[in-house]
Design a protein around this ligand. Sequence first.
Ligand SMILES: C[S@@+](CC[C@H](N)C(=O)[O-])C[C@H]1O[C@@H](n2cnc3c(N)ncnc32)[C@H](O)[C@@H]1O
Length: 224
Amino acid sequence: MGKDKLKRFAENDTFGNLYQPDFDEVFRKEYRLKGKWKEEVFKNQNPIVLELGCGRGEYTVEMARRNPNINYMGIDIKGARLWRGAKSAIEEKLDNVAFVRCRIEFIENLFERDEISSIWITFADPQINRENKRLTGPVFLERYKKFLEPGGIINLKTDSSFLHEYTLELAKECNYEIIEANNDIYGTGRAEGLLTIRTHYEEHFLSQGFPITYMAFRITPKPL
Ligand SMILES: C[S@@+](CC[C@H](N)C(=O)[O-])C[C@H]1O[C@@H](n2cnc3c(N)ncnc32)[C@H](O)[C@@H]1O
Protein backbone atom coordinates (compact mmCIF):
# COMPACT_ATOMS: atom_id res chain seq x y z
CA MET A 1 0.00 0.00 0.00
CA GLY A 2 1.26 3.50 -0.86
CA LYS A 3 2.68 5.75 1.86
CA ASP A 4 0.08 8.44 1.15
CA LYS A 5 -2.76 5.99 1.61
CA LEU A 6 -1.35 4.78 4.92
CA LYS A 7 -1.00 8.37 6.09
CA ARG A 8 -4.59 9.10 5.15
CA PHE A 9 -5.86 5.98 6.90
CA ALA A 10 -3.98 7.00 10.06
CA GLU A 11 -5.38 10.52 9.86
CA ASN A 12 -8.89 9.13 9.26
CA ASP A 13 -8.76 7.56 12.73
CA THR A 14 -8.38 11.03 14.25
CA PHE A 15 -11.30 12.64 12.38
CA GLY A 16 -14.35 13.29 14.55
CA ASN A 17 -16.65 13.51 11.51
CA LEU A 18 -15.73 10.14 9.99
CA TYR A 19 -17.39 6.96 11.25
CA GLN A 20 -15.78 3.67 10.32
CA PRO A 21 -17.88 0.81 11.67
CA ASP A 22 -16.22 -2.60 11.84
CA PHE A 23 -17.84 -5.34 9.78
CA ASP A 24 -19.22 -6.89 13.01
CA GLU A 25 -20.90 -3.63 13.96
CA VAL A 26 -23.09 -3.51 10.83
CA PHE A 27 -23.33 -7.07 9.51
CA ARG A 28 -26.77 -8.34 10.56
CA LYS A 29 -26.58 -5.90 13.42
CA GLU A 30 -27.89 -2.41 14.03
CA TYR A 31 -25.09 0.16 14.24
CA ARG A 32 -24.93 1.97 17.58
CA LEU A 33 -25.85 5.32 15.97
CA LYS A 34 -28.86 4.01 14.06
CA GLY A 35 -31.74 6.38 14.84
CA LYS A 36 -29.40 8.70 16.76
CA TRP A 37 -27.47 10.64 14.11
CA LYS A 38 -29.36 13.89 14.67
CA GLU A 39 -29.26 13.73 18.42
CA GLU A 40 -25.76 12.40 19.03
CA VAL A 41 -23.76 13.47 15.98
CA PHE A 42 -25.29 16.67 14.60
CA LYS A 43 -26.88 17.77 17.87
CA ASN A 44 -29.88 19.27 16.10
CA GLN A 45 -33.12 18.10 14.50
CA ASN A 46 -32.34 19.31 10.97
CA PRO A 47 -33.04 16.91 8.08
CA ILE A 48 -30.33 14.51 6.98
CA VAL A 49 -29.46 14.16 3.28
CA LEU A 50 -27.29 11.25 2.14
CA GLU A 51 -24.81 10.98 -0.70
CA LEU A 52 -24.19 7.36 -1.66
CA GLY A 53 -20.84 6.37 -3.18
CA CYS A 54 -19.62 9.87 -2.34
CA GLY A 55 -15.95 9.24 -3.19
CA ARG A 56 -14.07 12.36 -2.12
CA GLY A 57 -17.27 13.89 -0.82
CA GLU A 58 -17.37 16.89 -3.15
CA TYR A 59 -21.17 16.90 -3.36
CA THR A 60 -21.63 16.33 0.36
CA VAL A 61 -19.25 19.13 1.36
CA GLU A 62 -20.49 21.66 -1.20
CA MET A 63 -24.17 21.02 -0.38
CA ALA A 64 -23.28 21.50 3.29
CA ARG A 65 -21.57 24.82 2.53
CA ARG A 66 -24.64 26.04 0.68
CA ASN A 67 -27.22 24.76 3.18
CA PRO A 68 -26.02 25.11 6.78
CA ASN A 69 -29.47 24.10 8.11
CA ILE A 70 -29.36 20.67 6.54
CA ASN A 71 -27.15 17.82 7.74
CA TYR A 72 -25.24 15.93 5.05
CA MET A 73 -23.74 12.46 5.22
CA GLY A 74 -21.52 10.84 2.60
CA ILE A 75 -21.06 7.06 2.45
CA ASP A 76 -18.34 5.21 0.62
CA ILE A 77 -16.18 2.16 1.21
CA LYS A 78 -12.93 3.83 0.11
CA GLY A 79 -11.19 5.41 3.11
CA ALA A 80 -8.50 7.23 1.14
CA ARG A 81 -11.20 9.07 -0.85
CA LEU A 82 -13.34 9.87 2.19
CA TRP A 83 -10.25 11.42 3.79
CA ARG A 84 -10.51 14.35 1.38
CA GLY A 85 -14.12 15.21 2.24
CA ALA A 86 -13.71 14.68 5.97
CA LYS A 87 -10.57 16.83 6.06
CA SER A 88 -12.16 19.68 4.07
CA ALA A 89 -15.19 19.68 6.38
CA ILE A 90 -12.95 19.86 9.45
CA GLU A 91 -10.75 22.59 7.99
CA GLU A 92 -13.84 24.65 7.15
CA LYS A 93 -15.53 23.87 10.48
CA LEU A 94 -18.61 22.50 8.71
CA ASP A 95 -20.41 20.82 11.56
CA ASN A 96 -23.32 19.74 9.33
CA VAL A 97 -21.20 17.09 7.59
CA ALA A 98 -20.39 13.49 8.51
CA PHE A 99 -18.97 10.57 6.57
CA VAL A 100 -19.37 6.85 7.02
CA ARG A 101 -16.94 4.32 5.65
CA CYS A 102 -19.17 1.34 5.00
CA ARG A 103 -20.51 -0.87 2.25
CA ILE A 104 -23.88 0.51 1.14
CA GLU A 105 -25.11 -3.10 1.27
CA PHE A 106 -25.35 -2.60 5.07
CA ILE A 107 -27.13 0.75 4.92
CA GLU A 108 -30.35 -0.42 6.54
CA ASN A 109 -28.34 -1.12 9.69
CA LEU A 110 -27.12 2.49 9.79
CA PHE A 111 -30.41 4.36 9.62
CA GLU A 112 -33.79 4.14 11.31
CA ARG A 113 -37.20 4.40 9.66
CA ASP A 114 -37.78 8.01 8.41
CA GLU A 115 -34.31 9.11 9.55
CA ILE A 116 -33.25 10.33 6.09
CA SER A 117 -34.98 13.04 4.09
CA SER A 118 -33.39 12.58 0.66
CA ILE A 119 -30.62 10.78 -1.21
CA TRP A 120 -28.08 11.80 -3.85
CA ILE A 121 -26.40 9.16 -6.00
CA THR A 122 -23.58 10.78 -7.93
CA PHE A 123 -21.67 9.06 -10.75
CA ALA A 124 -22.27 5.59 -9.37
CA ASP A 125 -20.71 2.60 -11.09
CA PRO A 126 -23.47 1.43 -13.49
CA GLN A 127 -22.70 -2.23 -12.67
CA ILE A 128 -23.92 -3.24 -16.12
CA ASN A 129 -23.63 -6.98 -15.49
CA ARG A 130 -24.62 -7.03 -11.83
CA GLU A 131 -28.07 -5.60 -11.20
CA ASN A 132 -27.93 -6.67 -7.55
CA LYS A 133 -24.94 -4.36 -7.03
CA ARG A 134 -26.48 -1.39 -8.86
CA LEU A 135 -27.23 1.44 -6.42
CA THR A 136 -30.55 2.20 -8.16
CA GLY A 137 -31.52 -1.46 -8.64
CA PRO A 138 -34.56 -2.98 -6.88
CA VAL A 139 -32.44 -4.58 -4.14
CA PHE A 140 -31.00 -1.22 -3.07
CA LEU A 141 -34.28 0.69 -3.52
CA GLU A 142 -35.92 -1.76 -1.10
CA ARG A 143 -33.16 -0.97 1.41
CA TYR A 144 -33.65 2.79 1.03
CA LYS A 145 -37.41 2.41 1.61
CA LYS A 146 -36.65 1.30 5.14
CA PHE A 147 -35.23 4.66 6.21
CA LEU A 148 -36.26 7.30 3.66
CA GLU A 149 -39.02 9.64 4.85
CA PRO A 150 -42.35 9.34 3.04
CA GLY A 151 -42.02 11.53 -0.04
CA GLY A 152 -38.21 11.57 0.24
CA ILE A 153 -36.52 12.23 -3.10
CA ILE A 154 -33.76 10.19 -4.73
CA ASN A 155 -31.51 12.30 -6.99
CA LEU A 156 -29.43 10.47 -9.57
CA LYS A 157 -26.72 12.36 -11.44
CA THR A 158 -24.66 10.32 -13.84
CA ASP A 159 -22.66 10.21 -17.05
CA SER A 160 -23.97 6.71 -17.71
CA SER A 161 -26.88 6.73 -20.15
CA PHE A 162 -27.32 3.06 -19.26
CA LEU A 163 -27.84 3.84 -15.56
CA HIS A 164 -30.08 6.82 -16.32
CA GLU A 165 -32.35 4.91 -18.72
CA TYR A 166 -32.39 1.82 -16.53
CA THR A 167 -33.46 3.82 -13.46
CA LEU A 168 -36.07 5.71 -15.43
CA GLU A 169 -37.59 2.49 -16.81
CA LEU A 170 -37.55 0.85 -13.38
CA ALA A 171 -39.27 3.87 -11.82
CA LYS A 172 -41.95 3.78 -14.54
CA GLU A 173 -42.46 0.03 -14.12
CA CYS A 174 -42.85 0.43 -10.36
CA ASN A 175 -45.18 3.41 -10.82
CA TYR A 176 -42.84 5.57 -8.72
CA GLU A 177 -43.32 9.32 -8.92
CA ILE A 178 -40.81 10.73 -11.40
CA ILE A 179 -40.23 14.38 -10.63
CA GLU A 180 -37.72 15.11 -13.34
CA ALA A 181 -35.64 13.28 -15.94
CA ASN A 182 -33.10 15.14 -18.07
CA ASN A 183 -30.63 13.37 -20.35
CA ASP A 184 -28.26 16.32 -20.89
CA ILE A 185 -28.29 18.91 -18.10
CA TYR A 186 -25.66 21.14 -19.69
CA GLY A 187 -27.08 20.92 -23.22
CA THR A 188 -30.55 21.88 -21.98
CA GLY A 189 -29.47 24.61 -19.56
CA ARG A 190 -30.76 22.62 -16.56
CA ALA A 191 -27.42 22.69 -14.70
CA GLU A 192 -28.39 25.16 -12.01
CA GLY A 193 -28.69 25.14 -8.23
CA LEU A 194 -27.20 21.99 -6.69
CA LEU A 195 -26.66 20.55 -10.16
CA THR A 196 -23.80 23.01 -10.68
CA ILE A 197 -21.65 21.07 -8.22
CA ARG A 198 -19.02 19.08 -10.10
CA THR A 199 -17.26 16.07 -8.65
CA HIS A 200 -13.95 14.61 -9.70
CA TYR A 201 -15.70 12.00 -11.84
CA GLU A 202 -18.01 14.56 -13.40
CA GLU A 203 -15.05 16.70 -14.50
CA HIS A 204 -13.45 13.60 -15.97
CA PHE A 205 -16.52 12.50 -17.93
CA LEU A 206 -17.30 16.03 -19.08
CA SER A 207 -13.80 16.41 -20.47
CA GLN A 208 -14.46 13.27 -22.53
CA GLY A 209 -17.64 14.79 -23.95
CA PHE A 210 -20.19 12.58 -22.15
CA PRO A 211 -23.58 14.26 -21.54
CA ILE A 212 -24.43 14.45 -17.85
CA THR A 213 -27.91 13.28 -16.91
CA TYR A 214 -30.13 13.90 -13.90
CA MET A 215 -33.19 12.25 -12.55
CA ALA A 216 -35.25 12.87 -9.40
CA PHE A 217 -37.92 10.45 -8.20
CA ARG A 218 -39.77 9.20 -5.15
CA ILE A 219 -39.92 5.53 -4.25
CA THR A 220 -43.59 5.93 -3.56
CA PRO A 221 -46.42 5.57 -6.10
CA LYS A 222 -47.19 8.62 -8.18
CA PRO A 223 -50.25 10.52 -6.96
CA LEU A 224 -53.53 9.75 -8.78
C1 LIG B 1 -17.34 6.28 -9.77
S1 LIG B 1 -17.07 6.70 -8.12
C2 LIG B 1 -17.95 8.25 -7.92
C3 LIG B 1 -17.48 9.01 -6.71
C4 LIG B 1 -18.15 10.37 -6.49
N1 LIG B 1 -19.57 10.23 -6.31
C5 LIG B 1 -17.85 11.31 -7.62
O1 LIG B 1 -18.77 11.67 -8.36
O2 LIG B 1 -16.68 11.73 -7.75
C6 LIG B 1 -18.14 5.56 -7.29
C7 LIG B 1 -17.90 5.48 -5.78
O3 LIG B 1 -18.86 4.64 -5.21
C8 LIG B 1 -18.24 3.82 -4.24
N2 LIG B 1 -19.06 2.60 -4.12
C9 LIG B 1 -19.54 1.85 -5.14
N3 LIG B 1 -20.28 0.83 -4.67
C10 LIG B 1 -20.25 0.94 -3.32
C11 LIG B 1 -20.83 0.18 -2.27
N4 LIG B 1 -21.57 -0.89 -2.52
N5 LIG B 1 -20.61 0.57 -1.00
C12 LIG B 1 -19.84 1.67 -0.75
N6 LIG B 1 -19.27 2.42 -1.70
C13 LIG B 1 -19.48 2.07 -2.96
C14 LIG B 1 -16.85 3.58 -4.76
O4 LIG B 1 -15.94 3.27 -3.72
C15 LIG B 1 -16.53 4.92 -5.43
O5 LIG B 1 -15.86 5.82 -4.58
